[in-house]
Write a protein that binds this ligand. Sequence first.
Ligand SMILES: *Cc1c(COP(=O)(O)O)cnc(C)c1O
Length: 228
Amino acid sequence: MATITSKLQLVQSRIEQACSKVDRPANGVTLLAVSKTFPAADVREAFQAGQHRFGENYVQEAVDKMAELADLRAQIEWHLIGPLQSNKTRVVAENFDWVHTVDRLKIAQRLSEQRPAHLPPLQVCIQVNTSGEDSKSGVEPAGALALAQAVAHLPHLQLRGVMALPAPSNDACTQHQALKKIREVFDDLRDHGLTLDTLSMGMSADLEMAVEQGSTMVRIGSAIFGQR
Ligand SMILES: *Cc1c(COP(=O)(O)O)cnc(C)c1O
């Protein structure tokens, strides 16, 4: 069975190839290793292979893992990529470096108020829902600008960009359109004067297409840690 180390290398080379195909520098795409449901020991193995950024979906699971990996705390960047309820904002503000799933102002305000003064600003992305499904989280594209502008003014947050989780599709054309739509929302916010450097999109199955559409941060779980 392939090790986490060898799978990480494979993912890195997929990123490099995807970048070179569209003439983008490979260092323009950051790899976020999504470790949800996998134990702290797997995170440690990936860390030892040189991976220092990890994404988690569930707040309590992540905080437990952080405690087990406390010796690496200064060297690991922890990203929350799962939905965030307002009763969890304090623990998130106190423990994470990034939050990708800000989709309403109330959550952002609480994160800013609760971010401890001794920590750098919490790095955040606005989650945009371009699939138009009621069940999914994320702000509608039409509301993205107003939310982004409000979030950009909060003192203890730093707005970095846009995250999206398009409904997975087996049809390449549909997937391509979905990624393109997200890219357009990101470009539109930048055209309105917001300074954004992060377009968080692309997972194990659509990494190449996401890079082609301008992703700057891919969130990769199963291709590194295995099937969940
Ligand atoms: C689980 C998850 C990922 C990783 O998905 P894989 O298909 O395992 O690469 C990326 N982003 C989010 C928001 C996730 O929940």
